[in-house]
Design a protein around this ligand. Structure first.
Ligand code: ADP
Length: 413
């Protein structure tokens, strides 16, 4: 500004000396120039004062916002006063009420979180809190509240980063494992209690009763078999789970497998008064583990013979069809004409230890693990099980297995 004023003074003085301007006009002209220069400088300062801090803070905030936006977990960054500096999309989904520039306490309603933020500001130390939400779904989170000091030796942290870890899948697995152990122990304890009871009776009151001894030993044998079946199924489940990610790659024909299973269950079918009819294409080849697929069809046909015996016939069809995704697939349906299953049970049938009627399943020698095994084996084969049933109209369990690179065969034998 000083430069402009001095230059203007020299120009006007020169003009007076050269007689181009009167002294009066020169003074007025100089005054106008000086005021204009002063105003321009003020305006420039004003713009600078407004623009510079904004530009600086934008530049400082940009990398923070970019880093926060790129993180895979929900993250919220707070300034020194608990206001939201920036947040990523994951955090926005978690707490839609969060707004940039507003206090975080307005949007986060969890008192334990707000307290942890307060502690982080006061102590300058990292805080970890676990909390759960019940609505709309049960979800568990761990939040890490990390105070950061960006300036050297400030009174309080001037940045606080909140990171949320979704613990829900972990908790679900923990719950499932706890349920599974409880169920398995309960299933094993029942026959074990029966065995101990009979041993006591045989040692005591029935010691010299040969007839009672025979009867009790037969029951004990059945209970021991039940325990053996249960352990066998539990071991199979864990073995299949261990291999779950390895898809079988040997080619197997399902037709002889199903025929072999039906032959093996002939005695059971005869005992229950059920005739089994098989309708099949000549060959139905899929990539598969032979022993595991035998297990699948054994479970399905055995269930049809046990639970659907009142229908007196079981119909098995093996066909090649097209999957929901338009790929060729092998379909094996096991249909019985028994009492059927009420619709509310259908989605839960493949859960471990789920049974429509526990006492009937036990009476039939069931472990409650059969359909769960079927589901796991089919998952490993990238296949699936579908169940259709109506009360009083029997049930159809259909195995769908993908066929890769094989020409269609629809010839019925
Ligand atoms: P289980 O060892 O009890 O047979 P599964 O997992 O094989 O265990 O079957 C679970 C339950 O599904 C059975 O207890 C039974 O209640 C029901 N279920 C399975 N198959 C049939 C069927 N064909 N008809 C009626 N109910 C069935």
């Amino acid at each position: 500004m000083r430069l402009v004023t001095v230059t203007a003074a020299m120009v006007f003085a020169g003009l007076v000396i050269l007689n181009a301007l009167t002294v009066g006009y020169a003074v007025v002209g100089f005054a106008i120039m000086a005021v204009a220069a002063l105003l321009a400088t003020r305006a420039g300062e004003e713009v600078g004062r407004l623009a510079r801090p904004a530009a600086v803070s934008e530049r400082a905030g940009e990398p923070l916002a970019a880093v926060v936006a790129g993180l895979p977990d929900p993250v919220i960054a707070l300034d020194g006063n608990g206001r939201v500096l920036t947040l990523n999309e994951h955090a926005r989904t978690l707490a839609p009420a969060l707004r940039q520039g507003e206090p975080v306490s307005l949007a986060l309603r969890m008192p334990e979180l707000i307290e942890a933020i307060g502690r982080a500001y006061a102590s300058g130390e990292e805080q970890r809190v676990e909390y759960s939400e019940r609505v709309p779904l049960d979800r568990w989170f761990e939040t890490i509240v990390m105070p950061v000091k960006r300036q050297p030796n400030p009174q309080r942290p001037d940045l606080v980063l909140m990171t949320f870890h979704d613990l829900t899948p972990l908790r679900r697995v923990e719950e499932m494992r706890a349920d599974f152990v409880a169920n398995a122990s309960h299933e094993l304890r029942t026959p074990l209690a029966a065995l101990s009871g009979f041993i006591e009776t045989l040692q005591g009151s029935a010691r010299d009763d040969a007839k009672a001894r025979e009867r009790f030993l037969a029951i004990m044998q059945e209970q021991a078999r039940r325990m053996a079946r249960l352990i066998d199924d539990l071991l199979s489940l864990s073995r299949i789970e261990l291999n779950a990610h390895r898809r079988p790659d040997t080619l197997v024909d399902l037709v002889p497998i199903v025929r072999q299973v039906v032959d093996g269950l002939e005695t059971l079918a005869r005992d229950r008064g059920v005739t089994v009819h098989i309708e099949a294409v000549r060959a139905l080849t899929v990539p598969g583990d032979r022993d595991e697929l035998v297990r699948v069809f054994e479970n399905l046909v055995e269930n049809a013979l046990k639970y659907g015996a009142s229908g007196e016939r079981v119909h098995i069809t093996l066909t090649q069809a097209v999957s929901l995704g338009g790929e060729p697939e092998a379909r094996v349906s096991v249909r019985d004409y028994g009492p059927g299953i009420a619709p509310e049970h259908l989605p839960r049938l493949t859960e471990r230890f789920y049974r429509v009627d526990v006492s009937e399943s036990r009476a039939q020698g069931g472990t409650g693990l059969g359909l769960s095994l079927v589901k796991h084996i089919l998952n490993r084969h990238r296949g699936r099980l579908s169940i259709e049933s109506m009360l009083g109209a029997g049930a159809t369990f259909t195995v769908h297995l993908p066929i890769v690179g094989l020409p269609p065969t629809d010839e019925i034998t």
